[in-house]
Design a protein around this ligand. Structure first.
Ligand code: SF4
Ligand code: SF4
Length: 486
């Protein structure tokens, strides 16, 4: 990069000229020919890394325990595509809840757009399972076995001695084991923990399909965490691709304060900060500590970039440098680009941020309302296809119906049926009408009416469905009978 030599008097003067022969015409992790350049990030340390570590442990605990945590007998989360059964926070959703799921998905997508516009890629750096597992589990194990970045680099260049083979093999065996654990956890979120335990404990020949997915997921996760790494965020993740369209100059991002940092240059041992500033230099001493810790290999001083997952490692690294040279922390910090241009030193709560947060909270509130206000029971009543009316021995006319019930609650519900608009008999054929918890059932219902109560051809029926004396739903249907002459 070339730098202008003008004194630092304003925004125009501190903007550096870009060497377009080199800048952003290739990925930070690929060379000019497109070959992968392996990243050996230095292990971060600092307050953000500490906070992220604590949060990550909590998230990992929830993630691995999730399929085994039961709320009303249901898991925390289940996405059973095969049986078309979905559970969120212990609430079961059926395909019949499609409207809620569709609105929920819409709210989720709008929420992502609003959240990213307001808070940038906070999700990626702090909560995304890819970042949490990569940086807080796999990378830490790598540091433990192979050492920090310079030792890893040296090991990579070293000849294949017994010690190198043992360390590399040990690392990959652990990675494979962890990938197996992660893969199984994902499988448990799809088929449920009970089904997973059955696959693990039962005769393998009876679960070939499940075992295939188990191996597939393990290999995919091993490939992601052992090989793909930051490329999963850069090439595969659609959210990463979308961010360039969702972010604007008011979004909060991990940003380098170029007004304060430029013109960058080495700090001479004898030079005071005042003397340095008098020469037009800013606070950035060009130590590149922010670059060496970056897991995606970028230089945040070049501005917001597609690869930046907002992991905050560069903030910690630069804060450490600032403390050592006795300058205020925050040369790299959470800020909006507009805020940095305006020279704001701290993150400001702007009306836009408040408005976006209100929209987000409202959307979450709407989704929670939709989930908890949905009917506990879904009931449909249809005339049995192909069945005509019948004249009973007692002279009454009967129609046969098909009653379908879905119990969305965690308790069984005994149901009673009652004609609301006409006198007649309702008989449930077969077993008692008790719907087991979170199950669906269907049964045949015979309704008998006196011919005197029938209208010409078809009579409208109103059927009340009751549980414990409370009317759950009112169903309307038609009752057909013989045509009356005249
Ligand atoms: S760590 Fe801070 S001082 Fe060092 S190069 Fe990065 S921005 Fe400049
Ligand atoms: S630039 Fe900073 S925040 Fe972004 S990925 Fe690199 S280290 Fe993390």
């Amino acid at each position: 990069m070339q730098q202008t030599e003008e004194p630092k008097t304003g925004i125009q003067e501190v903007v550096r000229e870009v060497n377009w022969d080199d800048f952003r015409d290739h990925l930070a992790t690929a060379d000019q020919e497109g070959r992968r350049m392996w990243i050996y990030p230095r292990q971060p340390a600092g307050r953000f890394y500490r906070w992220r570590t604590w949060l990550s442990w909590s998230l990992l605990l929830i993630m691995f325990a999730g399929p085994f945590i039961r709320i009303h007998g249901n898991p925390l989360l289940l996405v059973n595509i095969v049986d078309r059964k979905f559970v969120v926070l212990g609430q079961v959703f059926w395909p019949q809840d499609g409207v809620i799921l569709a609105i929920g998905l819409l709210i989720f997508l709008i929420g992502i757009a609003v959240f990213t516009a307001a808070y940038g890629r906070l999700w990626c750096g702090w909560v995304c399972p890819q970042t949490v597992l990569m940086e807080m589990v796999f990378r830490k194990i790598e540091y433990l076995i192979e050492g920090d970045s310079h030792q890893q680099r040296a090991l990579a260049k070293a000849p294949w001695t017994g010690s190198k083979i043992a360390r590399k093999a040990g690392k990959h065996v652990i990675f494979l084991g962890l990938s197996f654990l992660v893969g199984n956890t994902l499988l448990a979120y799809i088929i449920g923990s009970d089904a997973l335990i059955r696959i693990v404990t039962d005769d393998p020949r009876r679960h070939l399909e499940g075992l295939t997915f188990m191996i597939l997921f393990t290999l995919v996760f091993y490939a992601i965490f052992a090989r793909f790494r930051e490329q999963a965020c850069t090439f595969i993740c659609p959210y990463g691709r979308l961010q360039s369209t969702l972010l604007d100059e008011n979004s909060i991002v991990v940003a380098y304060d170029y007004r304060r940092g430029e013109k960058r240059g080495a700090l001479h041992r004898s030079q005071s900060m005042e003397a340095r500033h008098a020469t037009g230099h800013g606070d950035c001493i060009d130590c590149r500590q922010c670059v060496t810790v970056c897991p995606t290999g970028i230089d945040i001083r070049n501005g917001t970039q597609m690869e930046c997952v907002h992991c905050t490692a560069c903030i910690d690294a630069c804060d450490d440098v600032m403390e050592k040279i006795r300058r205020p922390r925050g040369l790299i910090r959470y800020a909006s680009l507009d805020g940095i241009e305006r020279g704001e030193k701290q993150l400001k709560i702007t009306p836009r941020l408040v408005a976006y947060t209100c929209i987000l909270v409202s959307l979450i509130g709407l989704e929670v309302f939709l989930i908890f206000s949905r009917s506990q029971m879904q009931i449909t009543l249809l005339r049995t296809p192909g069945a005509l009316f019948q004249q009973m021995p007692n002279g009454k006319i009967s129609n046969l119906y098909l009653l379908k019930l879905i119990n969305k609650t965690p308790r069984q519900i005994p149901v009673q049926l009652k004609l609301e608009n006409i006198e007649g008999t309702v008989t449930v054929l077969g077993k008692d009408l008790v719907v087991p918890p979170q199950q669906r059932m269907q049964t045949s219902v015979l309704i008998e009416l006196s011919p005197a109560r029938l209208r010409h051809g078809s009579t409208e029926l109103v059927l009340g469905v009751y549980a414990d004396g409370t009317r759950l739903q009112t169903l309307k249907t038609a009752f057909v009978g013989p045509r009356k002459d005249g």
